[in-house]
Design a protein around this ligand. Structure first.
Ligand code: FPP
Length: 237
């Protein structure tokens, strides 16, 4: 199906894995495993709709506070996901990237991630970005520190500071701002995700839990986006 108006950059907060598992009396990790199936299905849909950028919130800086078994399992899943999906990424010319402070990611998962980033760096049919150990407030504060440092060292002038300049200091440097953001599971908040970048992003909240959110749900969300009139604070014409 060809839609008239497709977002260039889609961002997704994949929420509700734990509740999906709880409803079935399963361990929370089963929700994350099923969530990976949703991610794969959504990526297929994103390719079909020719969306150029997809950013998914896979692990927040606050998620480190979860019980260690869950954190360990998520790190292991990350490793497995990338290892198993790398041939698919290469076949479909998908560039894998990440945003976030990956310093705390275990060595093995980190090297799998960095290797995949390297192997896919010349692709661009789709730019898939995993937000890992990501927190937007931290990202903004980090940008401010670097700008202050560059100013102190005389590398920049105060007049240089504008939107494009500031964006280039964020983890998302080089990635356009998201046009459309989907959050599953019924929660209606951004939870420290792309707070600066989402200034004019169209938001879509659905009660569907992430493990139940598949390609057809993406198409329904995109149909909703198609109807949106984006004004960026201006009038319509
Ligand atoms: C939110 O559900 C989901 C996460 C914190 C992790 C998202 C991870 C996946 C979809 C699978 C892993 C993906 C990769 C790329 C490794 P929740 O656990 O907060 O659910 P709840 O709010 O119902 O408890």
């Amino acid at each position: 199906m060809t839609l008239k108006n497709i977002p260039n950059h889609l961002a997704v907060i994949m929420d509700g894995n734990g509740r999906w598992a709880k409803k079935r009396n399963l361990d929370r990790i089963c929700g994350h495993i099923e969530g990976i199936k949703s991610l794969k299905s959504v990526i297929k849909g994103v390719i079909e709709h020719k969306i150029k950028y997809l950013t998914v919130y896979a692990f927040s800086s606050e998620n480190w506070q979860r019980p260690s078994e869950e954190v360990d399992s998520l790190m292991q899943l990350l490793d497995e996901y990338i290892r198993l999906e790398l041939p698919y990424l290469i076949k479909n010319k998908i560039r894998l990237n990440f945003i976030g402070n990956i310093g705390r990611i275990p060595e093995e998962s980190k090297s799998t991630l960095l290797e995949a980033v390297k192997k896919t760096k010349n692709f661009g049919a789709l730019n898939l970005t995993l937000a890992l150990s990501y927190g937007s407030k931290e990202e903004i504060l980090n940008a401010v520190s670097k700008i202050a440092e560059d100013f102190k060292e005389g590398r920049i002038d105060i007049e240089d500071i504008n939107d494009g300049f500031f964006s280039s200091y964020l983890y998302t440097a080089g990635i356009p701002d998201p046009d459309f953001l989907i959050r599953t599971s019924g929660e209606c908040r951004l939870s420290n995700f792309m707070l600066y970048q989402a200034a004019y992003t169209e938001l879509y909240f659905t009660k569907t839990l992430w493990p139940d959110f598949r390609k057809k749900n993406l198409t329904a969300a995109l149909k909703n986006y198609e109807k949106r009139v984006r004004k960026f604070g201006k009038t319509e014409i």
